[in-house]
Design a binder for this molecule. Structure first.
Ligand code: URA
Length: 438
């Protein structure tokens, strides 16, 4: 097709594409008229030459319109909002933030993902609750939003099929790490979800997709300006992902830790830090959705947590999606194969490499190397310490767990041990929240 070749030439030479050119290219790709090799060539040209904000917005819109676009009018009278995280190790915050925002009077229709690689997926975590249906039809999704006000389910094939097709190509053509392509991929899915407010948690650091602060900032700005260009209210928080969030890295163990965060009263130090970050992100959603000053929204979130209203919303959502929390408690009591590692010297934990911990959890069966892999719900790593903790020779650092067989535990333990840096001096305390973008 000559027009297609002209578009490829134009982007290769670094020129901006027109709105119609972008739309027609994506439509042709979805209909199967533009073959994978030409779509891959465009993705590579975008990777090398970039895109203007306007082109990124056009690409996002074309991808969004490749499938169903949800509309909440008539389903709920509440303002709608969602939070998206770019993914981290031990990142169970959605399990807290989404019901917390719902407890404040915001409807939260959350289409979520399954884990791939070292970052876990919220759907996989929720599916460790026996009976929980994370594959709702769009009709059931609407019903749960109407009755409970929050629902978390995986994105169906009806939503942004263009992204699914394009992501598969990007994955094998070295074109994942392009800010315009990442923006269009994330944003098209979130816009199709139909929420009026979008808050992004852009993770930055060793265990994140964006390793540097500069890259995280670029992505955060691109997501926020793209969401605003599409008529949504939006903000982003750039948050640290050098060390895992909380102590639990896995699936069932992360749900257990999220329940600790949702429960009124004190929790363990690193869990409390993760809870404080959840409050910040939920407050962004509440503030934008209810037009409320951020301090007031933060106060409301703290109150809903301490009154148990956020936990009640989580329990209500789980029940509405068929989950049985009593059976989940019994699952946690099942025997698992364990291997504990301990400190070989005394001092302070000055770093816990999130990427390494994520890889170890993945190797134990907590995640997927490829989309078809099965997950062991009880596999994972339970850290005994957090960055800043004082340890003595022989103090426990972490426990590795898996349920199928003990194979590989010892090798994984040796790898996990390398994630810990213990030094004589206490490290400087690092905040989880690095920067806000709006
Ligand atoms: N997450 C997505 O959904 N898309 C990307 O391109 C990268 C991360």
């Amino acid at each position: 097709m000559t027009a297609v070749k002209l578009i490829l030439d134009k982007k290769r030479e670094g020129h901006a594409l027109g709105s119609a050119e972008i739309r027609e290219f994506i439509e042709g790709f979805c209909r199967g008229e533009i073959p994978d090799y030409q779509m891959s060539a465009l993705a590579m040209a975008i990777c090398c030459r970039g895109m203007t904000q306007r082109e990124t917005a056009d690409l996002t819109e074309a991808m969004m319109r490749s499938g169903a676009v949800l509309d909440w009018e008539g389903v709920t009278s509440l303002p709608t909002a969602d939070k998206h995280s770019t993914g981290g190790v031990g990142d169970k915050l959605s399990l807290v933030i989404q019901p917390l925002a719902a407890a404040c009077g915001v409807a939260v229709p959350s289409l979520t993902g399954r884990g791939l690689g070292i970052t876990g997926g919220t759907a996989d975590k929720l599916e460790t609750i026996p009976g929980y249906d994370a594959s709702l039809s769009l009709d059931s999704f609407r019903k749960v939003i109407s009755s409970v006000g929050v629902s978390m389910t995986v994105q169906t094939d009806e939503i942004t099929p263009a992204d699914k097709k394009l992501y598969a190509l990007r994955d094998v053509t070295g074109t994942v790490s392009s800010i315009p392509l990442i923006t269009a991929s994330i944003l098209s899915k979130k816009l199709a979800e139909g929420a009026g407010v979008l808050v992004f948690d852009v993770k930055c650091g060793k265990g994140a997709f964006m390793k540097s602060r500069e890259e995280a900032l670029q992505l955060a700005q691109s997501l926020v300006s793209g969401a605003k260009a599409a008529g949504r209210k939006a903000s982003a928080l750039i948050t640290s992902m050098d060390a895992p969030l909380g102590y639990a890295v896995g699936n069932a163990c992360e749900v257990e830790e999220a329940l600790e965060m949702l429960s009124p009263g004190e929790c363990r130090v690193a869990v409390e830090k993760a809870r404080a970050l959840s409050v910040e992100l939920a407050a962004e959603m509440v503030s934008l959705a209810l037009n409320m000053p951020i301090d007031q929204a933060r106060e409301m979130c703290r109150e809903k947590l301490s009154q148990g209203a956020a936990k009640a919303k989580f329990v209500e959502m789980v029940a509405a999606q068929g989950g049985d929390l009593a059976a989940f408690s019994r699952l946690l009591e099942k025997p698992v194969f364990k291997y504990r590692i301990q400190a070989m010297r005394s001092g302070f934990v000055s770093a816990i490499d999130a990427e390494r911990v994520g890889k170890v959890a993945l190797s134990l069966g907590a995640g997927r190397g490829k989309a078809t892999d099965r997950i062991d719900p009880l596999a994972g790593v339970r850290l005994s310490v957090a960055v800043g903790d004082k340890v003595s020779l022989g103090s426990p650092l972490a426990t590795l767990e898996k349920s199928s067989d003990p194979d590989g535990l010892e090798k994984a333990a040796a790898e996990l041990f390398k994630a810990f840096v213990i030094s004589s001096d206490a490290p400087q305390e690092e905040a989880l929240l690095l920067e806000r973008i709006d």
